[in-house]
Write a protein of this length. Structure first.
Length: 339
């Protein structure tokens, strides 16, 4: 009896072990499927005519492939930075906001108008860098309310922007500005620091090290947002450094706008429709970064999204804005027009 009992117990243990092993394999298989789904290539359709034919050096693409099994609508513009017939520009307002269509009319009907900076609904002020013809028109907010243990403190941080030089080279960087609106940029993200601590004399060494990271940023055109999504072609989301989305905000799905550039001189502007439950749910920051990576971007950043996301091509909306009233009025946009 003792032998039979031991053998029975042995078989039960083996069966239990096999069951647990199969369960782990199943969970691993499911996990791998999730990774594959996240990284699945979207299929894009090229649109040569949108209202009117697009000029040489500018291509528009569309997809309604699902993202992780969820409904999706997205567009992106690919613009040849080396095409001298294309002008990359920005426009902004002072103490007021305009819809993208208003900006389209104000700027003599450019080919592309897309939303850019975050802004204050209360003051209509841009909260990020905008540079036009080499001159800063707005600058990053330099402090924000901290998160976690610093939630009651003002924290000094440096948010990102994408800039285009006169020679059409492009850069995504973290921007510092002084009271004269002189701008400098760091090629690495900067950890936020309690402002009171930053101002203490004992941090002189820290300030010297910080200043060594920032160099003059003499770009011709720039528009800011954040956080950065890609560096060196790798997904690198610097939300903790830029203090834009609290908690697990990077995993929330919303309409999105983003910009990046490729190694072969192409500017990519991506818009993702969202907040339409059965038609287009939107994307989180990781999904947005993955799409830009698939499109070949080596650097990219997120811009204002949600109800602000809107891109006009030849004056016509690509994605449908999520605001019930239509296009949201904004204080700043990025523009592509003919020379």
């Amino acid at each position: 009896c003792h032998y039979v009992f031991l053998m029975t117990y042995y078989h039960i243990c083996v069966e239990k072990y096999i069951f647990m092993l199969m369960k782990k394999i199943s969970l691993l298989f499911i996990f791998l499927l999730i990774i594959i789904a996240t990284q699945a290539q979207l299929h894009w359709k090229r649109i040569d005519t949108f209202q009117t034919p697009l000029p040489l050096g500018l291509q528009l693409f569309y997809t309604n492939d699902s993202i992780e099994g969820k409904p999706n609508i997205a567009y992106y513009i690919e613009a040849d930075l080396n095409n001298a017939d294309l002008i990359f520009d920005v426009d902004t307002t002072f103490n007021r906001r305009l819809t993208p269509t208003d900006f389209y009319k104000k700027n003599n009907e450019p080919i592309v108008v897309v939303n850019g900076t975050f802004f204050s609904f209360k003051t209509n002020q841009n909260l990020n860098t905008i540079i036009k013809n080499g001159k800063p028109l707005s600058y990053n907010v330099s402090t924000a309310k901290g998160l976690g243990k610093d939630s009651v403190a003002q924290v000094k941080m440096y948010r990102s922007a994408i800039g285009i030089y006169k020679n059409r080279k492009t850069d995504v960087a973290w921007i510092q500005s002084d009271t004269t609106l002189h701008l400098s940029a760091s090629q690495v993200p900067i950890n936020p620091i309690n402002e009171k601590t930053f101002l203490e004399r004992k941090l002189k060494k820290y300030k010297r090290e910080l200043n060594r990271k920032f160099q003059n940023w003499d770009v011709e055109t720039a528009i800011g947002g954040g956080p950065v999504l890609l560096q060196d072609g790798k997904i690198t989301i610097t939300n903790n450094e830029e203090l834009l989305f609290a908690g697990k905000g990077i995993y929330d799905k919303h309409p999105r706008t983003a910009m990046g550039y490729t190694a072969n001189g192409k500017l990519i502007i991506l818009v993702i429709q969202g907040r339409f439950s059965t038609k287009a749910e939107g994307a989180n920051l990781l999904q947005e970064a993955s799409i830009l990576q698939q499109l070949g971007c080596i650097e990219a950043l997120n811009l204002d999204g949600g109800g602000s996301s809107c891109m006009l091509v030849n004056g016509k909306e690509t994605i449908t804005p999520s605001e019930k009233t239509g296009q949201r009025a904004l204080p700043g946009v990025f523009i592509i027009r003919r020379k």
